[in-house]
Design a protein around this ligand. Structure first.
Ligand code: MG
Length: 455
């Protein structure tokens, strides 16, 4: 069976690997699967967003679905509104952090979380067999516009934090929404929290002229400079659809997501002892260290935001975190949400009455190395099998790829990518040289196995 859905919805370049006719047929397949009811449809700022959304809307209506078009919105805001307003499902047109030429389709279930793999499979089956069910002329769906619901979403976010305490602090915050839809949410949240708001890359522009849609340590210099120049308390950067948040401290230092995630985990466990924290196997050991120290339990999953969401729902877990800046706050919704993450960080800063840099410097320090090895998709499973027989450590985990733990607390992970013909290598140790060695050794091992298999 061919696949349509990747690890995070359907991704493509319109007109290159996916035509408008393909988009129409995806819409027909989704409409045929749900068969009736109402869909909330939204999109990020990408140039192809409107044409894709309109095509999906027409396809859904022709199968009898009523479409409510909300226009530009972040993925987490759409997800929240799907659940709160009791839509039967939602569709978000976005390619998240991918470059501007990409776009994609995410299907959201009525619980606000992306549909589970079983439902993706059924939609794929309809798509590939072209078994579309059209409505009669008198039963085609209706089209309505829904606007001005951002405050309803922000009300939800604000209900989980101490609005009064934060407002008193009059924080100064710099925001980099990557010229995309977080322009509509985070600055407005901050205004409601009586913060002084400064922005960079904050006009809506689907070419992403300011920086690439993925917030990274190496592309947030403008935000970092804005924080320093304005004397802001912190900065926050989002990805293209607003579900990730990367933070900058008052000194202009940018932190990778697991540092700020550890801070949120620490604060959460202080107030909710004994809870479990869901995180992918690729996350820093900081998360585990902090969870242990504060009496929490770590549940590791495969890499992928939907997998974290679904695991949280299964366990009733209230917090999930990813190293890329994904914070899943269950009491709001078990999906990653960059605006909710911003609210949580401000809540912590307001209660702790200290700077972001001093809070983050109290965390344990680790060094990480991230690398990759090209590997044909058809060899991935064989490589893993051989690799497993060759590695040893104090603990070997096979949740996603193979993760080897050593007695000094360091670890190395080799994981076949779900989307690209590569093996991803991650390592982490207290000492940078040790982290480097672990990654290099693993890389060599994987390369050797691949070359033997190719012979
Ligand atoms: Mg995203």
């Amino acid at each position: 069976m061919k696949k349509l859905f990747g690890t995070n919805g359907i991704r493509f370049i319109l007109g290159k690997d996916f035509t408008l006719k393909d988009v129409l047929q995806v819409g027909l397949a989704i409409g045929t699967f749900f068969s009736k009811g109402k869909c909330l449809l939204g999109r990020d700022v990408r140039l192809t967003g409107e044409v894709i959304a309109n095509t999906i809307a027409s396809a859904l209506m022709s199968t009898g679905i009523n479409v409510y078009d909300i226009g530009l919105i972040t993925t987490p805001a759409l997800q929240y509104l799907v659940k709160k307003r009791e839509f039967d499902f939602g569709i978000m047109i976005t390619a998240s952090h991918n470059p501007p030429e990409f776009n994609g389709i995410k299907v959201i279930d009525n619980d606000g979380v992306e549909i589970p793999p079983e439902k993706e499979k059924l939609i794929e089956e309809i798509y590939f067999t072209r078994k579309f069910k059209y409505a009669n002329w008198e039963n085609v769906g209706e089209f309505s516009e829904m606007r001005f619901l951002i405050d309803e979403y922000l009300d939800g976010v604000l209900s989980h934090i101490n609005e009064e305490l934060i407002s008193k602090r009059k924080f100064k915050v710099a925001v980099d929404p990557a010229n995309s839809v977080s322009v509509l949410t985070t600055p407005r949240l901050l205004k409601r929290l009586k913060c002084k708001v400064l922005t960079v890359n904050a006009h809506l522009d689907g070419t992403f002229p300011g920086r690439k849609p993925e917030p990274r340590l190496d592309n947030l210099q403008t935000l970092s400079e804005a924080v320093i120049a304005s004397g802001a308390d912190l900065g926050v950067a989002h990805d293209g659809d607003g579900d990730r948040a990367i933070f900058v401290d008052e000194k202009g230092q940018v932190y990778w997501g697991d540092k700020t995630a550890a801070l949120i985990v620490m604060d959460f466990l202080e107030r909710n002892p004994g809870e479990c924290i869901v995180t992918p196997v690729s996350s820093s050991k900081i998360i585990e260290d902090v969870a242990k120290k504060y009496g929490g339990k770590i549940i590791y999953t495969k890499v992928g935001s939907i997998i974290v969401s679904r695991m949280m729902m299964k366990l009733g877990a209230k917090l999930g975190v990813e190293e890329n800046g994904g914070i899943f706050y269950g009491p709001h919704l078990p999906v990653r949400d960059g605006t909710m993450a911003t609210a949580l960080i401000l809540d912590i800063l307001a209660r702790k009455e200290t700077s972001l840099s001093s809070l983050l410097s109290s965390l344990p320090k680790y060094y990480q190395v991230k690398d990759k090895v090209p590997c044909p998709n058809e060899l991935k499973a064989k490589v893993l099998k051989i690799l497993l027989s060759e590695v040893s450590g104090v603990k070997v985990e096979t949740i996603d790829g193979v993760k080897v733990w050593y007695s000094d607390g360091s670890w190395v992970l080799a994981r076949p990518s779900g989307t690209e013909p590569i093996y991803r290598i991650f390592s982490e140790a207290k000492d940078p040289q040790r982290a480097k060695e672990l990654a290099e050794n693993m890389k060599e091992k994987v390369l050797k196995i691949i070359s033997t298999l190719k012979e």
